[in-house]
Design a protein around this ligand. Structure first.
Ligand SMILES: NCc1[nH]cc(CCC(=O)O)c1CC(=O)O
Length: 312
């Protein structure tokens, strides 16, 4: 008799495929009696390549079509960069689990090997992320930031073709694709706080699909789960999507966690950073309190001033 085949939905970019293949390999190892196959799905974010992400609006840009395939039972689970999943998932869909988190830091990639500290107003740094832009300007208000879109390869090519002198990208994506040698430096959290859930791979499933959840439990890393859920609680409390200048860093030691949240104004003039330390078990609860602290410390004023513009 033929064994059941479980279908994994993914975007078609090299990074998305690497992530989906990794989930597939882990599932195959944990469940050798089952068959797993990948199904590639194109999303709106893959199709619109000439508009800055902050101008398209964020709700599920890289996820909507994949989630529809889940609803339609065309796939049984979906693999995403957790960072790209909105904090509120569509009805009846849940995050079933996460793989062990990889590199969380952003990296600086310059064309001629100069570090960020050596950059001046004459150099162009490309990023489409408001979080990166605002923190770069806080670090050095003289810096020149330009927009860029596209996947990792496209961005590297654009830099080499003269679009910019440097890029900032998530280290996780660069390392997964094996481009270690293009990294000029890792940006530490005193300069750039990473995005909420950066470096974590998530598996999205139908809430009522009881046969899938135990399969995913077997490959889920509990520390990653608790810390990224806490970061997402903070983001939800701030009511920020992925296109707001919000960052969050979790530092885990044993069963203790230190969470640092960050909100910055678009011009970088104001940057609010607050931290909390607690046990991993209470991380989500404390992250919500941390969000309130940040809102009260001026975060609310910043986020209120940004939201109307990004909703135009
Ligand atoms: N916004 C796109 C995106 N979503 C996930 C990653 C990289 C992998 C990760 O952070 O988990 C990237 C690229 C980047 O920000 O440079």
């Amino acid at each position: 008799m033929k064994n059941k085949t479980i279908t994994i939905g993914t975007r078609g970019s090299k990074l998305a495929l690497w992530q989906a293949e990794t989930v597939k390999a882990e599932l195959e190892k944990a469940h050798p009696h089952l068959n797993f196959k990948l199904k590639i799905i194109k999303t709106k974010g893959d199709k619109i390549l000439d508009v800055a992400l902050s101008k398209i609006g964020d709700k599920g840009l890289f996820t909507k079509e994949i989630e529809q395939a889940l609803y339609d039972h065309k796939i049984d689970l979906a693999v995403h960069s957790l960072k790209d999943l909105p904090t509120e998932l569509p009805e009846d869909l849940i995050i079933g689990g996460m793989l062990t988190r990889a590199e969380v830091r952003d990296v600086f990639i310059s064309k001629d090997g100069r570090k960020l500290s050596e950059f001046t107003a004459k150099d162009k740094i490309a990023t489409s992320s408001l979080r990166r832009k605002s923190q770069l300007l806080h670090y050095n208000p003289e810096l020149t930031i330009v927009d860029i879109r596209g996947n990792v390869e496209t961005r590297l090519k654009k830099m080499n073709d003269g679009h910019c002198d440097a890029l900032i990208m998530a280290g996780a994506g660069i390392l997964r694709l094996g481009y270690d040698e293009v990294i000029t430096e890792f940006l530490e959290s005193d300069v750039i706080i990473p995005a909420v859930s950066q470096g974590a791979i998530a598996i999205e499933i139908r809430e009522d699909d009881e046969s899938i959840q135990p399969l995913i439990d077997a490959i889920t890393d509990e520390t990653t789960r608790l810390s990224t859920l806490a970061e997402r609680s903070l983001l939800r409390e701030l009511e920020g999507g992925c296109q707001v200048p919000v960052g969050c860093l979790s530092e885990v030691a044993g069963d203790q966690i230190k969470i640092t949240g960050m909100v910055a104004s678009l011009d970088g003039k104001t940057r609010i950073r607050e931290s909390v330390e607690c046990s991993l078990d209470e991380a989500s609860e404390k992250a919500i309190e941390l969000a309130q602290t940040i809102l009260n410390a001026g975060g609310k004023t910043i986020l209120d001033s940004i939201r109307p513009a990004s909703e135009e």
